[in-house]
Write a protein that binds this ligand. Structure first.
Ligand code: MRU
Length: 349
């Protein structure tokens, strides 16, 4: 199984996603700053994957400290957590994983440096393994929502590359195909950074799942022609009421799906649900560099001086979402908020 982030004795092992699909380059990130830089520049991206990378980065910080003082080691790990928390603001999985590592660090207090080091590494590995399990379970729950045959549209990349493995939205598609459903995927190219074109189409072709790439603005046209039977996307943060932040353009897809009576599903692990936020209005939206729009890959697409807005995510209100599919089951209307709470409550039980 393709897994974009794992542990290697030399550090955090990742595939450099910014180079895909031209080159498949795997590297070991050897310092916490390298992990932070990789998250910021999207070498490692996707909500669950950046959470796993941060957890492994904190475990790595413990190993980079070679002394025997447990307090100094703990300080280094906490500093690593702070650096990693400053990388990207929207995906809550990042903060969820960092908090979990900090809780583990608290539990290990009183032990010697070697025990803290191995305890943190075990916890980070557990976070990674649980994510793979969660994705496979999302797939099982989500497959039944997929049509027996037809075209399913997805936006961005919510596949193996965005998780520890298997994927969320693509996990649902993968499980449906494994169950014998005859599904063909429309991958939105996903401007400005083309996660759909570069990553989703690469990943699905690699797995032999039929995929057709479309530009984002073709989605409405295809829906109007009756050529899309369902939409499924991932999520970066889901508020208590089901409002969902995901890659910019997701809201547009949801509005179009609503207009055409096409079911729109969100697939995400419960680590993406942020019960501390009542609605999606409180979700912080990352603004990224204007150059991603004006000069992607150093090619001039617009005058460099033109004023640019580059929000990386948008929020889809819960009324446009048919169901949120998690590893513990699906939350749908009319009791989406209560159901989501129950699903999060059953985490790790
Ligand atoms: O900016 P990115 O590429 O990290 O954005 C990723 C997305 O929006 C994904 O759809 C989301 O993280 C879900 S990943 C399973």
């Amino acid at each position: 199984m393709l897994s974009p982030v794992s542990w290697n004795d030399g550090g955090v092992h990742i595939i450099k996603q910014t180079l895909l699909p031209d080159q498949e380059v795997w590297v070991d990130l050897k310092t916490v700053d390298e992990v932070a830089r990789a998250i910021r520049c999207l070498d490692i991206r996707g909500a669950p994957a950046i959470g796993v990378a941060a957890a492994l980065g904190m475990a790595h910080a413990a190993r980079l400290y070679t002394g025997n003082d447990p307090l100094e080691l703990s300080r280094n790990v906490e500093e690593a957590g702070a650096v990693l928390a400053g990388t990207r603001p929207t995906a809550v999985n990042l903060f969820w994983a960092i908090d979990r590592m900090k809780k583990k660090l608290d539990e290990l207090s009183g032990q010697d440096a070697a025990a803290i080091r191995s305890g943190l590494l075990e916890e980070a590995q557990r976070i990674r393994e649980e994510d793979i399990w969660a994705c496979q379970s999302i797939g099982r729950h989500g497959a039944e929502f997929m049509p027996d045959r037809g075209w399913v549209l997805t936006h961005c990349n919510a596949g193996a590359l965005a998780t520890a493995g298997y994927g969320t939205a693509l996990g649902v598609i993968r499980a449906a195909v494994e169950a014998g459903k005859d599904i063909h995927v429309y991958a939105d190219e996903t401007r400005p950074l083309l996660q759909g074109a570069r990553l989703t189409s690469w990943e699905l072709m690699r797995d032999g799942i039929p995929v057709t790439l479309i530009c984002d603005n073709a989605a409405g046209h295809l829906m109007r022609l009756g050529k899309v039977q369902a939409c499924v996307v991932g999520a970066d943060r889901i508020a208590q009421n089901g409002d969902t932040a995901n890659k910019i353009g997701t809201y547009t897809v949801a509005v179009l799906a609503h207009q055409h009576g096409i079911p729109f599903y969100v697939a995400a692990p419960t680590s993406t649900v942020d019960l501390s936020l009542a609605t999606g209005e409180q979700i912080p939206i990352e603004e990224r560099d204007a150059a991603e729009i004006t000069t992607p890959r150093n090619t001039c697409f617009a005058p460099k001086e033109v004023p640019v807005l580059n929000p990386a995510f948008d929020v889809t209100p819960n009324n446009l979402i048919h169901a949120i599919i998690t590893e513990n089951g699906a939350a749908a209307h009319p009791h989406m908020t209560e159901k989501l709470k129950t699903l999060v409550g059953t985490r790790n039980k």
